[in-house]
Design a protein around this ligand. Structure first.
Ligand code: AP5
Length: 221
């Protein structure tokens, strides 16, 4: 089972990826998280791409392809995987098609989180993330006087450095010009549009319906 969670910045890919991957017992792979880790660790790739992440531009296809191909060597993907934030260009989509064919992993199922652009910026500005476990929160989830601590491990949650209005505008532009055309690439396949302007619980429920059979199978296993 190969699932591609697709949608603009702030559409809820990371939030839904963690939840869905847990329900299906498959790893969630976020190229954004992988690239941020490279930057934090100061690897050669991290040094090469940190200014791109900081300014909201896409990392060159060649670099991301290498990161993805390397991740596909890990045995934990044998029962499937969920990709969050990849592919981001038609070129990346074609590379993924080849990789899936070569590894006999089957045809991907695309879940498109469709959210009105008007609410994306405020969602992103309210995002906080745990630096320890990477869990994603919204400031709306923190009660007054709660100091925005991660409920799982007590770490102080932080704002992502690319979550500022100027960089968000650039990320939106990159999405519109380079990523949105992917919809055309996949629309004739196993493609599901989800109204992701609803609450996180309602979005999870709508996605759960797409994978009803698989979730039931795992529950009974
Ligand atoms: P990446 O980390 O992938 O960022 P993104 O695509 O901009 O998406 P976000 O992480 O901002 O949003 P999300 O959709 O995951 O929303 P979330 O669940 O967090 O990429 C970062 C950068 O890395 C890129 O700019 C690029 O430079 C580079 N990169 C990554 N992959 C690449 C690739 N393949 N090729 C080239 N470059 C690449 O939710 C957001 C907020 O909303 C949270 O606060 C959450 O709590 C809240 N929320 C979630 N769902 C709901 C809901 N239903 N209702 C209300 N609030 C909600």
């Amino acid at each position: 089972m190969i699932i591609l969670l697709f949608g603009p910045p702030g559409s809820g890919k990371g939030t839904q990826a963690a939840f869905l991957a847990r329900r299906l017992g498959i790893p969630a792979i976020s190229t954004g998280e992988m690239l941020r880790r490279e930057c934090q660790e100061g690897t050669p790739l991290g040094k090469e791409v940190e200014h791109l992440l900081a300014t909201g531009s896409l990392v060159p296809d060649e670099s991301v392809k290498q990161v993805l191909a390397h991740r596909f060597e890990h045995p934990d993907i044998r029962n499937g995987l969920l990709l969050d934030g990849y592919p981001r260009t038609v070129e990346q989509a074609k590379f993924l098609d080849q990789l899936l064919t070569r590894k006999k992993l089957g045809i991907p199922c695309i879940v498109y989180l469709d959210v009105p652009l008007g609410i994306l910026v405020s969602r992103i500005m309210s995002r906080r993330q745990c630096p320890e476990c990477s869990a994603i929160y919204s400031t709306h989830q923190f009660a007054d006087g709660w100091d925005e601590l991660c409920p799982k491990d007590g770490a102080q949650t932080v704002r992502r450095s690319d979550d500022c209005e100027e960089v968000i505008a650039q990320r939106m532009k990159a999405y519109e010009s380079q990523t949105a055309p992917i919809i055309e690439h996949y629309s004739a396949g196993d493609f599901h549009r989800i109204d992701a302007g609803q609450s996180p619980e309602q979005v999870s429920e709508a996605i759960g319906k797409v994978f009803e059979a698989e979730i039931a199978y795992i529950r009974n296993f």
